[in-house]
Design a protein around this ligand. Structure first.
Ligand SMILES: [Zn+2]
Length: 969
């Protein structure tokens, strides 16, 4: 394309090569409709599209969020209940989602398949520009909120997908704190509202307000269209223009985002949050100290990322240390929050007491003042800068498409009418940041935006027993009063609406409507799994696996240690070891220095515990402790010597430091438990059923419970050092190690020349395997102060003669997007539900953020009957097969490719088995699916159940459980 030329209504306004993304950026404007478009032309075949709108809300009714849900409920060309879900079922997408932020809504898709990419784009554009919800209030009732009433005698209740979702979100004290904080710090602008919706305010939303919000914001003139990757751009532009944009004339949209005038006085406030009646209220306060910034440049933003890393994240972080030493709380963290027009810098403390609120600010500001006056530690800053630089160069977004990450990044400028391309160019910024190391650049930033800033807030939450019950009673009373004030006609109307909504939810899309969703042919899909090259080398008696894939000059090293020489009761200490290694003093370095060294030379260091099931076996698995690190190839010598230092020369004798780390681990757990609900319940359930499940539970709830026990017991606490040393000795042995290396053959040679750095610290002893996992768990109800449930049921199908086949994967897809989706999400009001069938026979159903409990179990139990009566058209069958294929085997980064190759190796399987499995998926028939009913029924009859959720609901369902306990003691 040429500059200043018009293609399908789009004028090319700028063309610029961007070396950092290996491509060229084109800025275009659709002249008739006013739409903006940014195209990044690269060779990447993982193509990305998004359409975004600036959607600043004026209240906390969650209108932006409800709109995001609602536009995906049918449109002009695709008149189905849920085209989005139909798409997920049958597309090869590598990403498909929609996200509501505080001031924008983004609809991104990605695919490597051209036809698929085109289809996804079409469905999304039709959804945002021609949604059914623009004419159908019932959709807002379903996705937002509505009164539910089935007969005149029943109590009135609130229901709705987003209403329930946000109730779940606000079960977490973090979210409550966030809500109060934003309201106080941005009182006059959009950021003071929750775009997701605050449950008490969601029920204020009317259809009129909803419609007005849609009409003003969802117009091309307020849109930001993004394209990335290897595509025929002129054809793509012609499609977007012809089908959509040419139908619109540019209008003036006022979606501007006002700046909050700086507060001249800091805000100080505290609020109660509910905890269970049996929970202790000690150490349950949380604090947030937040500084609000004006608009920041890319350079300033990255500088604050560096500062945050240096002050909080790096293991030698001085500000974090000062706060920990002052005993303010058990966990302290800092965050620079970008992605809004006025970013903020926040310091959060959990596991504290409310009386310590003021002290937090004193310690932060006194420490920072001292640091700034004396000059920051430049080595520490350099180490953090190197880490940030590594992250930018590696461009690994956890397996998500790179183009997606770029697209979201550019919005941080584009949305505020600034240059989006600037945010892709990090080289000039890194140069400025590096030069800043020899001046007072960083000190000045801290002085201006933190120490001299009056636009700040100190907001805290403290625990209060019975608050949740009080709130529930208030809601019940409020609803009763509303009902009392209703006329008979009004009540009849609500009953009628409830029935209509149920009818709508249970209605099945017509074949004709379903056929509007474009669907690929099975012949478009290859059954063959891409083989990752793995070569075994014997290096001085150690098995090294070389994985030869191009990795942008970065090397990934993993050390796999077999854990079979540990006893079951020692697994806890192995987990603990993985949490503390790299954060304690070693023979050569203090823990602060080691953190600096890691950041200076490496891209990261982690240790994890990872069990791998043996292919086609019920109980056999390989328990592994994996030490991972990565670095630029030129730094490989640093990598080996640091790993040697950490695993071989760590000193465990500082009881004070150990206790500090243990307490921090517990505090992180306290705040994360709600979010990890589905992992907690599925692992606890599987612990009852299988050995690998029991092993995994030692990494979740089992670990947490032991941690609490150890922290509460002086004798156990005093013994931690000895236990850690014992486990370290027994794990890190030469005869117990296998190594994997991702990089080129030349890089491997260099690595091997340095491998002695690691092997010389390993023990030469041999140990017998002695790990025996015992099954002892029971059906358990875990009571929390949350308002929603995580309901899990499952067992093992190998026990009942089942074998793992591709059909089960197709069933997973079908359940997730059909049976469980309809009954548990759409009708039950849960956020979602899923089913998993594993090769070892483990099978689990799980719902999350679920208002129900017994009903959900009934849905699971109803599955066999449903399956026996299952009838699918050939087209529907094909759709589920394609949807299943897109979820199999996504490993699109060098790191993930290496990890997959190793897990195939340890699991005693190979790509040929995976290809055979894919073939089974491709050949699945309706009869195959029906054939699973019997075995699933038998597993369900074993009646293994675990539920985590509201204290009251758990107690009401007590008869289901062998044991009811509190999640947090
Ligand atoms: Zn949502």
């Amino acid at each position: 394309m040429k500059l200043d030329t018009v293609y399908a209504g789009f004028r090319v306004e700028r063309i610029e090569p961007v070396q950092e993304v290996n491509g060229t950026a084109y800025m275009l404007k659709h002249e008739q409709s006013g739409a903006r478009l940014l195209y990044i032309d690269t060779e990447d075949t993982n193509k990305v599209f998004h359409v975004a709108f600036r959607t600043p809300p004026h209240d906390s009714t969650g209108v932006a969020h409800i709109l995001e849900h609602s536009v995906l409920c049918g449109s002009r060309k695709f008149p189905l209940k849920e085209p989005f879900v139909e798409l997920v079922k049958g597309s090869l997408n590598t990403f498909l989602n929609a996200m509501t932020y505080s001031d924008k809504t983004v609809y991104p898709v990605a695919s490597k398949n051209d036809a698929d990419f085109h289809n996804l784009m079409d469905v999304y554009l039709d959804a945002v520009f021609y949604p059914r919800v623009a004419k159908d209030p019932m959709i807002v009732m379903q996705e937002g909120w509505h009164y539910e009433l089935e007969s005149p005698e029943d109590p009135l209740t609130y229901k709705g997908v987003v209403y329930n979702e946000m109730k779940g979100v606000y079960s977490s004290p973090d979210s409550q704190l966030d809500h109060h904080k934003m309201k106080l710090l941005y009182p006059d602008t959009t950021y003071g509202h929750d775009s997701g919706g605050y449950p008490d305010n969601i029920t204020d939303l009317t259809y009129e307000n909803f419609k007005a919000f849609y009409d003003s914001y969802y117009h091309p003139s307020n849109s930001y269209i993004y394209l990335y990757g290897d595509m025929n751009i002129e054809e793509t532009l012609a499609f977007i223009d012809g089908e959509y944009l040419s139908n619109f004339q540019a209008i003036d949209v006022d979606s501007s985002i006002a700046m909050q005038a700086p507060l001249s006085e800091p805000v100080v406030a505290s609020f109660p949050y509910g905890i269970g009646n049996d929970e202790s209220d000690k150490g349950k306060a949380i604090h947030s100290l937040t500084y609000v910034f004006p608009e920041m440049s890319f350079t300033q933003s990255l500088a604050f990322e560096v500062l945050n890393h240096a002050l909080f994240t790096s293991g030698s972080a001085p500000l974090k240390e000062a706060l920990v030493k002052a005993n303010i709380g058990s966990d302290v963290s800092g965050a620079y929050m970008d992605g809004i027009r006025q970013p903020l810098f926040e310091i959060s403390v959990t596991g504290s007491e409310i009386e310590k609120q003021a002290q937090l600010q004193e310690v932060v500001e006194n420490t920072l003042r001292q640091l700034v006056d004396a000059g920051l530690d430049k080595e520490l800053l350099e180490a953090s800068l190197n880490r940030i630089e590594f992250i930018l160069r590696e461009a690994d977004f956890g397996g998500r498409p790179i183009g997606l990450a770029y697209g979201l990044r550019v919005m941080d400028n584009w949305l505020y009418d600034e240059d989006p391309i600037e945010l892709l160019r990090y080289e000039p910024v890194l140069k400025v940041l590096r030069e800043g190391l020899s001046t007072d650049f960083y000190e000045k930033l801290l002085r201006t935006y933190i120490l001299d800033n009056t636009h700040k807030g100190l907001v805290s939450l403290y625990p209060e027993k019975g608050l949740q019950e009080k709130k529930e009673q208030e809601e019940t009373a409020k609803l009763a009063a509303i009902k009392l004030n209703m006329s008979e006609e009004e009540i009849a109307h609500i009953i009628d609406q409830t029935a209509k909504l149920k009818e709508m939810q249970q209605a099945v899309d017509s074949e004709e409507a379903l056929a509007t969703i474009p669907l690929l042919e099975l012949s478009d899909i290859s059954p063959v799994v891409e083989v990752t090259p793995r070569r075994e080398i014997d290096h001085k008696g150690i098995r090294v696996h070389h994985i030869d894939v191009p990795a942008r000059g970065i090397n990934y090293v993993s050390l796999y240690f077999n854990m079979e020489s540990l006893r079951e009761d020692e697994l806890f200490y192995a987990e603990l070891l993985s949490d503390v290694l790299g954060r304690l003093d070693t023979e050569r370095f203090t823990y602060a220095e080691i953190a600096k060294e890691i950041n200076l030379h490496l891209g990261g260091y982690t240790m994890d515990v990872l069990p791998v099931s043996i292919h086609n076996e019920r109980d056999a698995f390989v328990p592994l402790a994996v030490v991972r690190s990565k670095a630029l190839a030129s730094n490989i010598g640093h990598l080996t010597s640091l790993l040697g230092e950490i695993i071989g020369r760590t000193k465990f004798d500082s009881q004070e430091r150990l206790v500090e780390l243990l307490k921090e681990g517990k505090a992180i757990w306290d705040t994360e438990a709600f979010r990890r609900g589905n992992t907690i319940v599925t692992n606890l359930l599987m612990a009852k059923v299988s050995k690998i499940g029991k092993f995994r539970d030692q990494d979740t709830l089992g670990y947490f419970r032991r941690l609490v026990e150890v922290l509460d017991n002086e004798t156990l606490l005093a013994g931690v050092t000895e236990q850690l040393m014992k486990v370290q000795q027994r794990l890190f042995r030469k005869d117990n190690l296998e190594v994997s290396f991702v990089g080129t053959i030349e890089e491997l040679e260099t690595f091997l020349a340095h491998l002695d750095d690691i092997t010389t610290v390993l023990s030469d002893d041999s140990w017998e395997a002695q790990l025996e996992m015992t099954q002892s768990y029971v059906n358990e109800g875990l009571a929390t102060s949350g308002k929603v449930q995580y309901v899990a049921k499952g067992g093992n199908f190998r026990d009942h003669g089942g074998t793992h086949t591709g059909t089960m994967s197709v069933l997973e897809t079908m359940l997730r997007y059909d049976y469980l989706w309809n009954l548990i999400r759409v009708q039950g009001g849960a956020y979602g539900a899923f089913a998993n069938f594993h090769n070892n026979g483990n099978m689990v159903f799980c719902s999350y953020r679920d208002p129900n409990l017994e009903n959900t179990l009934q849905v699971y139990d109803g599955l066999p009957t449903y399956l026996r009566e299952l009838d699918l058209s050939p087209r529907e069958m094909r759709k589920y097969i394609i949807g299943t294929m897109s979820g199999l085997d996504v490993s699109n980064t060098p790191f993930l490719q290496g990890a997959r190759a190793m897990s195939l190796y340890f699991g005693n399987t190979n790509e040929a088995n995976m290809t055979a499995f894919r073939q089974q998926v491709l050949e699945t028939t309706v009869e195959d699916l029906r054939g699973l009913a019997d075995v699933i029924e038998k597993v369900l009859q074993d009646n293994h159940i675990v539920v985590m959720g509201s204290e009251q609901r758990i107690k009401e369902a007590e008869q289901l459980f062998d044991k009811v306990s509190n999640l947090v003691q």
